[in-house]
Each structure stands twice: as structure tokens, then as C-alpha cells.
Design a protein around this ligand. Structure first.
Ligand code: B12
Ligand code: SF4
Length: 770
């Protein structure tokens, strides 16, 4: 059973970090760890151990020696217990430190409270088979698993009684929600390794040092000096967690256990599934999820002999039939998109069948198990869960033109559910859980929702909040529709502010659209999560020079939440046709070799992230340092409150107040009626060569008052040099925020609500994905 540990040295406010307590716990844990290591190596006792004079000493060194002596006096089992306890307490203290730093806003906020109801196996069992679906770290603890809920719903419809176990939440509770988020967001080898060392055995020493050098814990983690102790403390806590998972559920009640593997869940799933199979040999183990797509799934099947089947595709299509075949002892042969083992041990995979059709049929989503778990773990007052939902699958843009870095597999075909079906599901979820925060799992928002779903949500007066992935080329009126429906957080896939780079990525969006999206979202109180990608094949220095010039004018807009070298993802055009893009594939990302020490050939097939170099004929790598420095400054200025506001007066005169240089007093640029009209005219950008003509057509009086085409050109040149407008993609675009349009409905800063996405460092040594 999981209990939140209180620190051994208690302060008056247990939820606040205490530097003395942190260092004490660090010291105590390190001493226990050293003692354990000493015993494992059968080294002699240190000279002071067992020395009773040391125990009486009051100097710091003497106290350390005294603790060492006390630990040396413990029996092995007691030392083991103490080691684990101190590890937990230390990790919880690190968690408090992170929470207290403000680097993860919104993590510890009130949750209204959900009456704890006892969980029970759901569904009427008409097939004689019972299924457990599990999800392990590193899924986000603020989200119930949509994968498990969807599959459970499909199975129950087919008469298979099914339970859902979101076990990642338990781990987050043990190590602390904030620490869990920091580690989970590191992605890739390190989170995988934290678990896989409990499968393959510890892979310490140089390997770990090497791994941390390449992907330092310090990146995205403000206390790198604690990194070693954190990793050491995670080991006993993780081992205990895995052991407890086997004990805390009566697994003998099930016939099949399905593991959902999305991002960084392979190590934990392997470590737990093998333990489970050893404890319950008759259990059938099935792995599925996006980590099992294509060759990754067949490789998992090959290297994990305790796994009975791997589902490569959308699970609702096959899981019911898979379970029935297990129950009847029938072969899995021919099951679409499923890997199985033949009698002579060969792994074979049947080709995938049709994709799920969306439209008017939608499976229910039942998140009861997750909320029971939160209540059981005492987490309901510590976080602010979002409810995941799907309104579409696939990508309408990608099915025509796939972005070159995008690693979507065969689920690219776009399918949307009908707006009324989605709305009914959201209303039912909100009614059931009292939560109106909805996290869309769509790759891209269906266009038709701008006309049906979103206006209907606004019309019904729901006070909801949404996260959605969108395409960045939205018009202002469309963003207003989003905001009115409660979309407060978007991921628009901005990726760059340069036309050449965006074209290399085949993003289908221009830089001016990205900039105006940032501007309009800020006016509307919509938070944008976005990355700046570097290092594309074929890029040139000029792109970075242009961006370095542009960025200082945008410091009042939301800076990128992360950035770095693009990653080479399986299934992406860069991966599938490397030569066509000047990419040289160099095998699985080598850091995974530490997490999964399998043959290189297997590793190349197992992982999603790959190493590469660029064709040298593309020229020397460009220098990105100026842009990196500009982004650092952007973030600093933005945090310090950089602003650029266009304040319109009732008499139609206006003033632009420029406070992007936060160290100096604001500069005011008064605008007369005509100047204000022109500035408004530039809100969505106007082609420079057509500007005079277009403005004259729109407001002839103002045009003439400005002195016609030449007066207008002069004013625009002045604004350009003052940075009040920018020249971009052949257009002139106004960049100041219009005060009259700033969101009134959402006075609190939206960043405070977006607790799950801490700002990531900008580091071109580190690869990031869009
Ligand atoms: C929403 C989403 C996110 C969200 C939330 C992710 C989360 N942790 O829940 C956010 C925006 C945070 C996110 C971030 C990232 N994401 Co993302 N994300 C998605 C997305 C669009 C939807 C996932 C989803 O929930 N879909 C809905 C569910 C129902 O579908 P599903 O997961 O595919 O499940 C179905 C099947 O896989 C299968 N199945 C699943 N489990 C099981 C279990 C069994 C037993 C069986 C039989 C079947 C089965 O049946 C399910 C129902 O059909 C997918 C793309 C996609 N469409 O899958 C990418 C995807 C999962 N993300 C991906 C990546 C790479 C990332 C990032 C690493 C990007 C980055 N560098 O920042 C980060 C990682 C963040 C993190 N710390 O976890 C990759 C993962 C690749 C991989 N195979 O490992 C995907 C597949 C997209 C891609 N190809 O580029 N992501
Ligand atoms: S990156 Fe986004 S927009 Fe581009 S193809 Fe992939 S899912 Fe579609």
C-alpha cells in the first residue's frame, strides 16, 4: 500500500521545502547508500565505525561518523529498510523544493474533492475472461489514461469484464508529483533507464556518467548538484514500487493483463510484466500502444519472452478477439496487426487491418478508477487533473503533406467524430467528475469544429477549459471562437520563425502567421506551447541571422517553451527517406543502449528516436548562438514584464506604449486618428507592395491625411525602425497587443493553469521534437 512519507526531520509546514532538511536527508541517505555499497563489496568498516567516542562528538564530522557507526550497527534487513525510507524522504523533499521554486506552476492546487468509492471490476462478464489494463510511468499523473479507458470500454461492450489500473499515479505519489514531472519530461533514455535497471540489473558507472553527460539531468532541472543523489535514491524506491505492484492487486483474478506503452513506458512495463509473469505464470501478457507500432512491436515481442502478444494497431479493433482466442486456446494466427510467437518460437506479425472509423459512434470514457486512485493516494487536494478526450484521429494536413520531422505511423488518415457526439461525451464527463478541464488527444483540431462544436460549447455557456493541438495558420476570428469555447492552451506547432526553415519542414505555415498567432493568442488569453527547432538539413546561416534580428521585437509575446536540435523520429520523412533530405541514419539513439542493452540490430528496431548526421555536402553547420542568446533574452524580458500595447482612445486617437526594454522607462508613441487606423489595418499583415492601395480603399480620408502613398511609406519606415511593426514574408505586420481586445474573461495568467508543461531549456546540444 502506498503512503506519502513525511520527512524524518519535520518542519512546521510539511509542504514547504526546507534547505536544512534537504541537506540532512541527502547526507543521511548518502551514508546509508555508502554503507549498503560497502556491505555489497564486503569492504572493511571505515575506521570510525563502531567507535563510541565518535557518537558522542558534537562536531559535524563527528556526527557524520556517528551516523555511519549507527548504520554499520544495523542488521541487513534494518539497513535495507532505513535506506529505502531515507530515499523516499529525500525524494519527497526534492519534490517540495521543485514545488516551492515556482518552476512548475499549478502543480499543487486545490481539487474540489471526490468521494472515494470502492473500485470494482467493471462490465458483465459474458465471455468467461477477465482483463486488467495497466499503465506505468511515465504518463502524466494529472491525466487519467485515455488508452486504458478506451480499451476498457471496447472490451466491456464485447462482454469482457475489465479493470483499469493507472499505476503511474502511484509512482508519482511515491517520488513526488513535481519530481515525477521533471523526470518524465526529460523523455527518452533516462526515464527508461530508471526502470530498465530493475530489469537488466544496474548499469552504473561509466555508462550512467556518459548518459548523464549527453542528456544531463541538469538540463531542465535547476539543481544539478542533487542529480546523483536523486538517481541513487530512485533505485530503492523504484524496486520497492515494482515489488508492491505485484502484491497490491489480486492478479489471479485475471486471465489477461494488457500493458499500454506510449512514451517512455517500455522500461517500466518490461520490469513489471516479467515480475508478474513469474508470480502468475498462467497470466497472458499483452503489450500495445504507440511504442509498439511497426518494427518496434515485433522487436518487443522478440526480446520479451514473457509477453504473449503485441498489438501494433488501434487496440479496440482486435483486443476483444485476442482475449477470446486466449480463452479458447485458439491460435492468434491472422489477427490483424498482432505479433505472436509460433510453436518454434519465431515472431510473426499479421498485417494491420482497417483503422477505427470515427463519425457518430463513440466509445464511452470511464475514468472512475483513476479518481478512486487519486482519492486512495491522498492526491485529490494536490493536483488539478484534466480529462483527456479524443475528437479525431490522424492529421488532415499530414495526410496530404507530412511535416518532414513528424513521426506519425500508419494512423495518419484523418477521421473526426461528429460534433454532437463529442459534445455529449464532454457533458457526461463533466457531470460525472465535476471537472471541466479537457485535454484533447487529437493531433490537430478538426476544421469543422470552428463551425459546430466550439460555437455550441460557447452557446451552452459551459465554463470549460481546453487544451488542443492546432495548426498555426488560424485567423483571428477563428481564435476568438476557440477562446469563447474555453480553449486556453494550444500547441500550434510553430517550430520556427523563418520562412526557409518552415519550408524545409514542410509546415505549410508562414512566419508572419506564427507571429500573429502568438500576438492574438496573448490578446485572447490563450497559452501557446511551442518549440524552436534547429539543425535542419539544408538550412542556411541567413535564416538564423533573420531570426536573431526579429526576436528582440517580439519580447512582449510568449517565448518558446523549449527548443533545440530536431530529433530523428521513426516513421518521419527524414527517417523513411533520409537520402532525399541529406540525412544519414546512424542507428538507434545510442543513449538507449544503456537503458536497453540488447543487440544493436534489435535496438535499431526497438526505439523511436535515432542518431543521425547531416550530409557534409550540405555545408558546415550554421551558427545558432545568436538566436539562442536572443531567446534567452526574450524569456528574461518576458518574465520581467516586457510589453508593447496599442491603446486606442474613444476619439480614435491612440498611443503605443513600448515597454519591451524593461530596464528603461516606457516609450510612448502617440498616434493620430489616421495613424491609429493604419496601425489597425496592419493587424493581420498586409503585403507591402499593395499596402498603399489597400489602405486607400479601406479608409480614403485617413490615407489622404497621412499624405498619400509617400506619407504612409514614411510612417511605416518610422514604425519599422521603432519596432512597432515588422517586415516579414513581404508583409508589414503590427506587433503591439491591442489593449481593447485583451481578454477580460480570463484575468488570471493562463500559465498558472498549465502546470504540466514546465519551460524547457533552450539547448541545441539536446534534441527536441515538435
Ligand atoms: C496527445 C499526445 C501527446 C500529449 C499527451 C501525451 C501523454 N503523455 O498522454 C502531449 C502533448 C503532452 C504529448 C507530448 C509528447 N509526445 Co505525444 N502524442 C500525443 C498523441 C497526439 C495522442 C496520444 C493519445 O492519447 N491518443 C489517443 C489514444 C486512444 O490513442 P493511442 O495512444 O494510440 O492508443 C491506441 C493504440 O495505440 C492502442 N493501444 C494503446 N495502449 C494499448 C494497450 C493494449 C494492451 C493494446 C492492445 C492496445 C493499446 O489502442 C489505443 C486505442 O486505439 C500521439 C499521436 C497519436 N495519435 O497516437 C502523440 C505521440 C504519442 N507523442 C509522441 C511523442 C514523441 C511525444 C513527445 C516525446 C514529444 C516531445 N518531444 O515533446 C512528448 C512526450 C511527453 C511526455 N512526457 O509524455 C509520439 C510517441 C512515439 C512513440 N511511439 O514513442 C506520438 C505517437 C506521436 C508521434 N508519432 O510523433 N503527446
Ligand atoms: S507535425 Fe503535426 S501538422 Fe505536421 S504532419 Fe505531423 S501531426 Fe500533422
Amino acid at each position: 500500500m502506498i503512503v506519502r512519507e513525511e520527512p524524518v526531520v519535520d518542519g512546521s509546514d510539511p509542504d514547504r521545502s526546507d534547505p536544512v532538511r534537504l541537506q540532512l536527508l541527502r547526507l543521511l541517505f548518502t551514508l546509508a547508500d555508502t554503507e549498503k555499497a560497502r556491505r555489497a563489496k564486503e569492504d572493511p568498516l571505515p575506521p570510525t565505525a563502531g567507535d563510541h567516542d565518535a557518537a558522542r562528538s558534537t562536531t559535524a564530522g563527528g556526527l557524520g561518523a556517528a551516523v555511519t557507526a549507527s548504520m554499520a550497527a544495523l542488521g541487513n534487513a534494518e539497513l535495507e529498510r532505513e535506506h529505502r525510507r531515507l530515499a523516499r524522504c529525500f525524494l519527497q523533499e526534492v519534490d517540495r523544493l521543485i514545488a516551492g521554486s515556482g518552476s512548475l506552476p499549478g502543480q499543487r492546487v486545490d481539487f474540489p474533492g471526490l468521494a472515494a468509492r470502492e473500485a470494482q471490476t467493471k462490465g458483465t462478464d459474458t465471455t468467461g475472461a477477465r482483463v486488467a489494463l495497466v499503465s506505468l510511468p511515465w504518463m502524466s499523473p494529472t491525466l487519467p489514461s485515455i488508452q486504458l479507458a478506451t480499451l476498457a470500454s471496447a472490451l466491456r461492450q464485447e462482454g469482457v469484464a475489465t479493470d483499469v489500473h493507472e499505476m503511474y499515479v502511484d509512482y508519482a505519489a511515491r517520488i513526488g508529483l513535481n519530481l515525477y514531472n521533471v523526470l518524465g519530461n526529460l523523455l527518452g533514455p533516462l526515464p527508461e533507464w530508471i526502470f530498465s535497471q530493475h530489469y537488466y540489473g544496474p548499469e552504473h558507472g561509466d555508462h550512467l556518467t556518459d548518459m548523464l553527460e549527453q542528456r544531463p539531468l541538469g538540463v531542465g532541472f535547476p539543481w544539478p548538484e542533487l542529480a546523483d543523489t536523486i538517481l541513487a535514491a530512485l533505485a530503492p524506491v523504484t524496486e520497492e514500487y515494482l515489488a508492491d505492484l505485484v502484491d497490491e492487486v489480486d492478479w489471479s483474478a485475471y486471465d489477461v493483463v494488457g500493458f499500454s506503452l506510449t512514451i517512455s513506458q517500455l522500461g517500466a512495463s518490461m520490469a513489471f510484466a516479467r515480475r508478474l509473469k513469474r508470480a502468475y505464470p498462467s497470466l497472458r501478457i499483452v503489450f500495445g500502444g504507440s511504442q509498439c507500432a511497426g518494427p518496434m512491436g515485433s522487436t518487443i515481442m522478440r526480446i520479451c519472452p514473457y509477453v504473449d502478444a503485441v498489438v501494433h494497431v488501434e487496440g479496440e479493433q482486435v483486443l476483444g478477439e485476442l482475449v477470446r482466442r486466449f480463452r479458447d486456446g485458439r491460435s492468434l494466427s491472422g489477427l490483424a496487426g498482432v505479433s505472436r510467437r509460433t510453436e518454434d518460437g519465431e515472431v510473426v506479425t499479421a498485417p494491420a487491418a482497417e483503422l477505427v472509423v470515427a463519425g457518430s459512434r463513440k466509445l464511452d470514457l470511464d475514468y472512475d478508477a483513476y479518481f478512486h486512485r487519486l482519492a486512495r493516494l491522498g492526491l485529490t487536494e494536490k493536483m488539478n487533473p484534466w480529462l483527456p478526450f479524443e475528437s479525431s484521429r490522424g492529421c488532415w494536413y499530414g495526410q496530404k503533406v507530412q511535416c518532414t520531422f513528424c513521426g506519425l505511423h500508419d494512423i495518419m488518415d484523418f477521421r473526426a467524430w461528429d460534433a454532437d457526439v463529442v459534445l455529449a461525451q464532454l457533458e457526461s464527463l463533466q457531470k460525472r467528475y465535476g471537472v471541466g478541464r479537457f485535454y484533447s488527444m487529437d493531433l490537430i483540431m478538426p476544421r469543422e469544429y470552428l463551425r459546430n462544436l466550439l460555437p455550441e460549447i460557447a452557446a451552452r455557456g459551459h465554463d470549460w477549459m481546453f487544451f488542443y493541438e492546432i495548426k498555426a495558420n488560424m485567423r483571428r476570428s477563428e481564435l476568438e471562437t476557440l477562446a469563447a469555447a474555453g480553449v486556453r492552451w494550444v500547441q500550434p506547432g510553430i517550430e520556427s520563425l523563418d520562412a526557409d526553415l518552415l519550408s524545409l519542414m514542410r509546415k505549410g505555415v508562414k512566419p508572419y502567421q506564427n507571429v500573429q498567432l502568438l500576438k492574438w493568442c496573448q490578446e485572447l488569453g490563450i497559452y501557446c506551447g511551442w518549440n524552436l527547432l534547429f539543425g535542419l538539413p539544408g538550412e542556411g546561416q541567413a535564416s538564423y541571422t533573420r531570426m536573431a534580428e526579429l526576436i528582440p521585437k517580439l519580447t512582449h509575446l510568449q517565448p518558446p517553451s523549449g527548443g533545440g536540435r530536431f530529433q530523428l523520429h521513426r516513421f518521419s520523412p527524414y527517417f523513411e527517406q533520409p537520402e532525399a533530405h541529406g540525412v544519414r541514419w546512424e542507428g538507434a539513439h545510442r543513449m538507449f543502449a544503456y537503458a536497453f542493452p540488447v543487440d544493436q540490430a534489435d535496438l535499431d528496431q526497438l526505439v523511436y528516436l535515432h542518431d543521425f548526421t547531416l550530409d557534409p555536402s550540405l555545408g558546415a553547420p550554421v551558427d545558432t548562438s545568436e538566436v539562442e542568446a536572443a531567446v534567452v533574452e526574450w524569456r528574461r524580458a518576458n518574465q520581467a514584464g516586457a510589453r508593447l500595447d496599442f491603446i486606442e482612445r474613444p476619439d480614435e486617437e491612440g498611443v503605443i506604449v513600448d515597454h519591451r526594454d524593461v530596464e528603461s522607462p516606457p516609450v510612448r508613441y502617440p498616434l493620430d486618428r489616421s495613424g491609429s487606423a493604419l496601425y489597425r489595418h496592419l493587424d493581420a499583415g498586409v503585403a507591402e507592395r499593395l499596402l498603399a492601395e489597400k489602405f486607400r480603399d479601406e479608409d480614403r480620408d485617413a490615407f489622404e491625411a497621412l499624405g498619400g502613398a509617400s506619407g504612409l511609406a514614411e510612417l511605416v519606415e518610422q514604425w519599422l525602425s521603432d519596432g512597432l511593426v515588422i517586415r516579414i514574408d513581404g508583409k508589414i505586420l503590427a506587433v503591439a497587443l491591442r489593449a481593447s481586445r485583451m481578454a477580460e474573461r480570463n484575468p488570471e495568467p493562463v500559465e498558472a493553469l498549465v502546470g504540466t508543461v514546465p519551460e524547457a531549456p533552450l539547448d541545441t546540444r539536446t534534441a527536441v521534437m515538435a
